[in-house]
Design a protein around this ligand. Structure first.
Ligand SMILES: *Cc1c(COP(=O)(O)O)cnc(C)c1O
Length: 381
């Protein structure tokens, strides 16, 4: 018998299955302005900056909210009023980036691309040629809506060559995939604790270029999403937060960082996810499922599967059968209809994947999906 390590397996691409010792940290009350909490905040800011090689060139600014709040804060603060943003939209989270910028009534151009092939340097160059007013680009790194990993290195090279600033939504990838903000010359990297950092939701994190942020005093039209003011407050008040912070969330993140360090950092974490992902994808293919993406384009943190063509299959029934067994899966996003997703981030190891596959067998049997032929991988747009 494979040991069951969690009562509930949250296989959504964030929030996700979190270790008990991380959750236990949330049982303690903490005074946000007292020395221990300020030290905790300082340690977290330092560690995250170190993780992306940002010490010399960047600063780490946490904000209350989820990852999306941090994206909006970064756009409000780092893109000047006379600037123009290019949104690269080739998936669900690219669409969300566009919605955020639209909601802010920011001057914007959209480079709408199919999910595959991946965006190339030539695509970005062409978009910049078509609109010389563009000053900033925003791009999603790993799009958890589909599992696609965008080539941020290539886009960063074009941005640097063209003198345009690049912001990256690395909410889903930071903590596992290597990202060097100094080498890439990023204006901002945006992340949150409830993905590859394996903690709970409640804050968003911006790693911002120090020079970019210094030039942004008084620019944000939002008070609470003013990253410059938030940063200055941390700096001037020895890591005290500007407004009430989610103290329990910070406690959990402190423990999650201890675990990240103990695992050996980003590379071993990614290797563990890759092993999970491989076992899941191989096991699902053996059962007749097909993946939305070819393996080369897929980030090994979430796998997207095409719905089986068996008439008895119904996602809601499958979901309910899995949920009853303590496994929460996720429907596909609008941009990838007719699919479902299983995340392999979080406190998961290969033996947990075995349990997931067993639950899938039992759930399919329960809903009467007996046999189906693997669909040919669909042409995806
Ligand atoms: C989770 C996620 C976000 C942030 O979403 P929230 O709902 O604000 O947590 C942004 N981008 C990507 C790629 C994500 O996976």
């Amino acid at each position: 018998m494979t040991e069951r390590r969690h009562d509930l397996y949250l296989l959504t691409p964030g929030p996700l299955t979190v270790a008990d010792e991380v959750k236990r940290e949330m049982l303690a009350d903490r005074s946000p302005n007292a020395e221990p909490h300020r030290q905790l905040t300082g340690m977290i800011r330092d560690y995250l900056l170190e993780l992306c090689n940002g010490r010399a060139s960047h600063v780490c600014v946490p904000v209350q909210g989820s990852g999306t709040y941090a994206i909006e804060a970064a756009l409000h603060t780092l893109v000047p009023r006379d600037g123009k943003l290019l949104v690269v939209q080739n998936g669900f989270y690219g669409l969300r980036l566009r919605e955020i910028a639209e909601g802010m009534h920011m001057p914007m151009a959209v480079l709408e691309l199919p999910m595959l092939p991946l965006p190339t340097a030539a695509d970005i160059d062409a978009a910049l040629n078509a609109d010389p007013a563009i000053t900033h680009i925003i791009l999603c790194h790993v799009d958890t809506g589909t599992g696609v990993r965008n080539p941020i290195g290539e886009v960063a090279e074009v941005a640097a060559r063209r003198g345009v600033k690049l912001l990256v939504d690395a909410v889903a990838s930071f903590g596992a995939f290597p990202i060097d903000v100094a080498a890439l010359g990023l204006e901002a990297l945006i992340t949150s604790p409830n993905k590859c950092l394996e903690s709970v939701p409640g804050i968003g994190i911006v790693i911002a270029s120090r020079a970019g942020l210094e030039a942004a005093a008084g620019r944000s039209p939002s008070v609470v999403l003013d990253l410059h003011a938030q940063w200055k407050f941390f700096e001037e008040k020895a890591n005290q937060w500007r407004w009430t912070p989610p103290t329990h969330v910070m406690g959990a993140l402190g423990k999650a960082i201890e675990r990240h360090r103990a695992e050996g950092g980003a590379a071993p974490r990614l290797a563990r996810y890759r092993r999970n992902w491989r076992r899941l994808v191989d096991g699902m293919r053996q059962r007749g499922f097909a993946t939305l993406l070819p393996d080369e384009a897929a980030a090994p943190i979430v796998a997207t599967f095409l719905d089986p063509d068996d008439r008895a299959y119904d996602f809601q029934k499958f979901y309910a059968a899995m949920a009853k067994r303590g496994f929460i899966i996720f429907p596909g996003r609008l941009t990838a209809a007719g699919t479902f997703r299983i995340g392999v981030m979080g406190d998961l190891v290969e033996s947990d994947i075995t349990l997931i596959l067993e639950a899938i067998d039992a759930s399919l049997a329960e809903i009467g999906v007996a046999r189906f032929t693997p669909k040919a991988r669909r042409a995806v747009a």
